[in-house]
Design a protein around this ligand. Structure first.
Ligand code: AMP
Length: 448
């Protein structure tokens, strides 16, 4: 299968070729003809599958097929995303794939000045990629009219709902015309997503590509059991001794992200933190520095990292496991993208064995344990409950604390832990992970 027989015209094919893409990914091969056929689509696909091109390429093609006269503030296509980073990246893709087309696009999100965004709309744009809050703000000020939308895309719909955007989405849907083409992308399909899909989509065609939590063969996953206090040293050791140059590191909290960034810098490893307490400017700079290699490590919290798209990101390290097992899948989905191999390591201390068990249950496999010389675990250290801003160790319910702010992940230091060790030892399931620990200490390994 090549891009040439999908129904895309030459200016788009030329832009694709310049990107170095030779073949469409499965989601692209399925979605492009269906979208070109003007059908509504309900797609189960995560970031990393090539879904962005899956909707932007046919969108550009369709928009080129006619050119209606638009009144001031009217646009033709709207893409909604949960985070600013994802919005920026989707719009960048539209510009890249549409570079030989006379279509104009812009991106709208909060945290930066509204006036330059309004100024762009005033000049006339065909496509807007936006996060919901700022979009509604601009609409309420009378600077945007959605009544002529031809295509509407809801990207990462599950994350939108997780982040509390459901009311904003409903408001936006009411502003769209009845006749339009709608596409909904979601990694998971909860009851809420199905309700949303029923309201939005008209006889949609279902597209499902293999989910990362069932087909993460491209990502090699390993665990190092390590004492909590030794994690920073182990992290520097792994990155330094392997001379890794592009590593995305995840922490559960902003506080730990900051602390760890300082430690890495102290160890001579250029790093920056990306999380909700950072200004949009600082986040954009950190991402740009990471992409161009000025820094080797980006330390991120889950929400901030959502949507980060870096071509061929080779290494993801979970400095701390996430409380929500699905977040592990999203985290490791940052590597091994679009056919490239990737490596995901998790540094797991005794407190996190239950989290690991839940993750393994979700991905339906045991993650290989590797021991590293000099970092043996101290068996006398007992597990402590994990407490942080998102109700540590809980299931998805803890997510409500994210609120509707895309940057609102928890920020409590794990140093605030309850120190009742008797209860801890019993409730943390040490026995089963103890076996794994023994197995892990049996040998040592180096990373690629
Ligand atoms: P996405 O799932 O849209 O976030 O895309 C994941 C990554 O795959 C992005 O870095 C794209 O640049 C890349 N990509 C998208 N389509 C292709 C393709 N057909 N061949 C190779 N890489 C691709």
């Amino acid at each position: 299968m090549s891009f040439t027989n999908l129904g895309l015209s030459n200016p788009i094919l030329k832009a694709i070729e310049e990107q170095g893409y030779t073949n469409p990914t499965p989601i692209q091969a399925q979605a492009i003809p269906i979208v070109l056929d003007k059908k509504d689509v309900l797609a189960g696909a995560q970031t990393g599958t090539g879904k962005t091109a899956g909707f932007t390429l046919p969108m550009l093609e369709l928009l080129m097929q006619n050119k209606p006269d638009l009144k001031k503030y009217q646009i033709r296509s709207l893409v909604l995303t949960p985070t600013r980073e994802l919005a920026a990246q989707v719009e960048e893709s539209i510009e890249t794939y549409g570079k030989y087309l006379p279509l104009k696009s812009t991106v709208i999100f909060g945290g930066v000045g509204i006036n330059p965004q309004i100024a762009k709309i005033k000049k006339g744009v065909d496509i807007i990629v936006a996060t919901p809050g700022r979009l509604l703000d601009i609409i309420s000020q009378g600077f945007l009219d959605l009544s002529c939308i031809e295509m509407f895309v809801l990207d990462e719909a599950d994350r939108m709902l997780d982040m509390g955007f459901v009311h904003d989405i409903k408001k936006i849907l009411k502003l769209l015309p009845k006749t339009k083409q709608s596409l909904l992308f979601s990694a998971t399909f909860s009851k809420e997503i199905k309700i949303l899909a029923d309201n939005l989509l008209d006889h949609p065609t279902l597209i499902e590509v293999a989910r990362r939590n069932t087909s993460s063969e491209m990502v090699s996953q390993t665990v190092h059991f390590v004492d909590k206090g030794k994690k920073p040293e182990l992290l520097s050791h792994i990155i330094g001794s392997n001379n890794w140059t592009q590593v995305l590191v995840f922490t559960r909290t902003k506080h730990i992200a900051n602390k760890l960034t300082k430690k890495l810098e102290f160890d001579g490893i250029g790093a920056a933190a990306i999380h909700g307490n950072k200004s949009q400017g600082a986040r954009t700079k950190a991402l740009a520095d990471f992409k161009d290699g000025s820094i080797r490590v980006l330390v991120a919290t889950d929400i901030a990292a959502r949507g980060i798209d870096i071509d061929q990101l080779p290494h993801v390290i979970n400095f701390e496991l996430p409380n929500v097992p699905e977040d592990y899948v999203h985290r490791i989905g940052r590597t091994g993208r679009a056919g490239n191999e990737g490596e995901a390591l998790s540094l797991v201390c005794v407190d996190e064995h239950d989290l690991l068990k839940n993750i393994e249950k979700l991905i339906k496999k045991d993650i290989k344990v590797i021991a590293l010389d000099g970092f043996d675990v101290d068996p006398s250290i007992k597990a402590e409950p994990i407490q942080n801003g998102r109700g540590g160790g809980q299931k998805r319910g803890g997510q409500s604390q994210r609120g509707r702010n895309p940057r609102g992940s928890g920020d409590n230091s794990s140093s605030q832990r309850n120190r009742n060790s008797n209860q801890r030892g019993r409730s943390r399931g040490d026995v089963s992970r103890g076996d794994a620990r023994k197995q892990g200490n049996a040998g040592s390994a180096r990373h690629r």
